[in-house]
Ligand binder design. Structure first.
Ligand code: C2E
Ligand code: CA
Ligand code: CA
Length: 721
């Protein structure tokens, strides 16, 4: 993997935004990147720089991605270079054409930028395997050239056998120890292959030639594979006068057989985990669906995706990430080891489950002979458990979670590819939802996937036509009994679909790069509202704005903030940005530089969803942040006493670093009490206020609000501060 990290990627896309995003994402992943904005430039760059991988957009003016791919394949250096094509979502035809043009893999847009580099690493690794494969084919033909052949001649009537000296060497024997007559060879043949050899010799006795591969056992016990070719001898050399003479040649092909096995291994099995790869999985699936149709049985596909695996790689390093994948692969294989009796598999002995690695952190399980969907879901549930079991890595214990999409043949699809796709659609559904990690395919999901596709266009339009609305959720200081801050939360009242949930459109905006204009639009709206509210605001009142990772990596972030502040006349001290730990930790040098600039300007920074990532105290100390926001999930757990330790630790940490600490998602008096008791006084949550319009916020700023009686004793008397 270390080699891959320095790999050079050529990004070809006519859309400057996608190009920029890809470049950012890849540089961040440790790759060297060159960019080309059209096919002609791409071909020239390829020639000059010989990149290790090409990321190629399908739709480009001039030479299309397909043309470029085809031309690359004609170049000597381009024959084996991996080419990943970027196609539209659900654009089956393009995918087909991409593969026809010689593409190695494809990624459908919108692109998941975080996963992109892992996908690329994965493809680079398979490319290495392909290259190794062609090298081993080469050495194989060399081996054949220098292979030593043994030969013999057998007068069938006389029973006389003449064998070459080399022949005996193939059996690891001396002439004296081998035995004299033709049948002596049988003694040297590996038990299970003897009957085949005897049958072949019997037919040779009748003058019938044969070619047979069998194994021989050397006196030292080692087993070699030989190939024997036998023909009746030519009659015109005079020797045949006494009757039938057979001639044979024997070749040791052990290396060749091993190499074939290895080639198969390379082509069909994943390097890292030893599991079958996607290719092989697909072949199994073709077999299973064909059997299913013939014997009227059902089979199913489950696709398992490890949650936030990118994060494991980021925080523990790619080597540990690999080890974790190996362990998961091992567990899946161990737990899915049931076998089917031969009859149920339609005659051939097939395993009930087949596990494969489909992509970086995606595994597939083929289930033969499904009895009931309920059984199947039980199995999927078991898979989830298997992934969830804690993993010990040096110094810590981590717990992974996974999501599973399931599809059944013939219920959801009748051919292999459609079945796999249905399972992946179900998986995507499980990934987008916040709830059940297990999803069984339904037609609705196909519709939903299509809707998401169209949602991208709608989002683009909504930003342009100013359809987005801002709302604000007050943050109260319980000691002051006052609203001291508010978090700006975006709303999208979609004309035909109703309100689109923020996580849905935010992730879509991140994947498509639309988050950059979207955040600018948020910044402008918030500043306009701040101006409107200015006369009612206390001097230190702030509004916080959420920034996504893409925003944080955007080189235009700081200039944009400066520009909008200057245009609207809002003071930088009115703003705060919320960034998650993961975003901040991803590139510490970058984070340090950006945070310093924000601090210089007077814009504050809060760490959002604190406690859910892997940040360390040392890093936190280095970064110029001003506040921590305790994640809602921990506050939620306060009710049953669970989250107490974490909440206490976060509050202690914040205090020791001199940071402000805000609790999010406070819904109950009991939670409020627990927080106050531990010294957290900044509270955000439905207990006090839902996100509201700017006007409603203005009203709330002026009025006193209800404080639950239970917490009164924990507070300084009103007005004492
Ligand atoms: P977040 O930053 O963690 O925002 C807090 C979310 O918790 C908001 O959800 C808020 O409505 C919800 N919430 C607040 N109090 C409570 C409570 O007491 N109980 C419960 N159950 N929920 C509470 P919302 O508005 O749906 O936003 C979801 C996420 O979408 C936000 O999570 C944030 O990550 C993202 N988001 C929203 N607006 C923006 C934006 O303008 N830019 C960016 N980049 N992300 C945004
Ligand atoms: Ca937030
Ligand atoms: Ca949050």
């Amino acid at each position: 993997m270390t080699d891959c990290e320095r790999a050079h990627i050529l990004v070809v896309d006519d859309d400057p935004l996608t190009r920029m995003m890809a470049t950012e994402a890849l540089r961040e992943g440790g790759f060297a990147v060159s960019e080309a904005e059209d096919g002609v430039q791409a071909l020239a760059l390829f020639d000059a720089a010989l990149p290790d991988l090409v990321l190629l957009d399908v739709m480009m003016p001039g030479l299309s991605g397909f043309d470029v791919c085809r031309r690359l394949r004609c170049l000597p250096a381009g024959r084996l270079v991996p080419v990943i094509m970027l196609t539209g979502l659900d654009d089956g035809e393009s995918v087909e054409r991409a593969f026809d043009a010689g593409a190695t893999d494809f990624i459908s847009k919108p692109i998941n930028w975080t996963l992109l580099r892992f996908r690329i690493r994965y493809v680079l690794r398979s490319a290495e395997a392909m290259q190794e494969l062609s090298r081993s084919q080469e050495s194989l033909s060399n081996a054949q050239r220098i292979a030593r052949l043994g030969s013999w001649e057998w007068g069938v009537k006389t029973g006389r056998v003449r064998r070459s000296a080399q022949f005996y060497r193939l059996f690891g024997c001396d002439r004296e120890d081998f035995g004299e007559d033709m049948d002596a060879v049988v003694e040297h043949v590996y038990g299970p292959d003897r009957s085949a050899v005897q049958a072949a010799l019997a037919s040779a006795r009748e003058g019938v030639g044969f070619q047979l591969t069998y194994r021989v056992v050397w006196p030292d016990g080692s087993v070699r594979t030989v190939q024997e070719t036998v023909e009746p001898a030519r009659r015109d050399d005079g020797r045949g006068a006494g009757g039938l003479v057979m001639e044979g040649s024997v070749q040791d092909i052990t290396e060749q057989v091993d190499a074939q096995r290895r080639i198969r291994q390379l082509a069909y099995f994943d390097h890292l985990t030893g599991l079958p790869n996607r290719e092989y999985f697909r072949e199994n699936l073709l077999g299973a669906t064909a059997r299913g149709l013939r014997y009227d049985s059902r089979c199913a596909v489950m696709v398992v995706d490890i949650d936030r695996f990118a994060r494991i790689n980021d925080s523990l390093g790619p080597e540990r990430g690999d080890q974790v994948l190996q362990l998961i692969a091992h567990r899946l294989r161990e737990n899915m080891g049931d076998r089917l009796p031969a009859e149920a598999a339609g005659g051939s002995y097939a395993t009930r489950f087949r596990v494969a690695r489909l992509a970086a952190d995606e595994f597939g399980v083929l289930v033969n002979d499904v009895n009931s969907v309920a059984d199947l879901l039980d199995t999927a549930e078991r898979l989830l458990q298997v992934v969830r079991a804690p993993i010990r890595v040096p110094g810590q214990e981590i717990t992974l979670s996974a999501r599973i999409g399931v599809a059944v043949m013939p219920d959801h699809a009748t051919d292999a590819d459609a079945l796999l796709k249905a399972a992946e659609t179900a998986l995507n559904h499980a990934k987008r939802g916040r709830g059940d990690p297990l999803a069984l395919f339904s037609e609705d999901m196909k519709v939903a996937a299509f809707l998401r596709f169209t949602l991208e266009g709608d989002l683009r339009r909504a930003i342009g036509e100013d359809e987005m609305r801002m709302c604000y959720q007050p943050i109260v200081d319980i000691r002051l009994r006052a609203v001291v801050k508010a978090e700006a939360l975006l709303r999208w009242p979609h004309a035909s679909r109703g309100a689109v949930p923020p996580p849905e459109f935010i992730s879509l905006a991140e994947e498509t790069g639309l988050i950059v204009p979207l955040t600018r639009c948020v910044l402008e709206k918030v500043c306009a509202d701040l101006i409107r509210l200015e006369h009612r605001l206390a001097p230190d009142f702030r509004i916080s704005i959420n920034l996504s990772g893409v925003n944080f990596m955007d080189a235009q972030l700081i200039p944009t903030v400066r520009e909008v502040l200057a245009l609207t006349g809002v003071a930088a001290s009115r703003l705060e940005f919320e960034l998650t730990e993961t975003v901040l930790m991803r590139d510490l040098d970058h984070a340090t530089a950006i945070l310093a600039q924000l601090r210089d300007m007077g814009v504050r920074v809060a760490v959002d969803d604190f406690g859910t990532g892997y940040s360390s105290l040392a890093y936190l100390r280095r970064l110029a942040v001003d506040a921590l926001k305790i994640d809602r999930s921990f506050v939620n757990e306060l009710d049953d006493g669970q989250g107490v330790a974490i909440v206490e630790a976060v509050i202690g940490l914040a205090h020791s670093l001199g940071l402000e600490v805000v609790a999010e998602g406070v819904e109950t008096v009991a939670q409020l009490e627990a927080l106050c008791r531990r010294g957290c006084h900044l509270i955000q949550g439905y207990l006090f206020a839902m996100p509201m319009s700017c006007e409603a916020l203005a009203d709330m700023l002026g009025s006193a609000f209800f404080i639950p009686e239970e917490v009164l004793p924990l507070l300084p008397p009103a007005g004492a501060d």
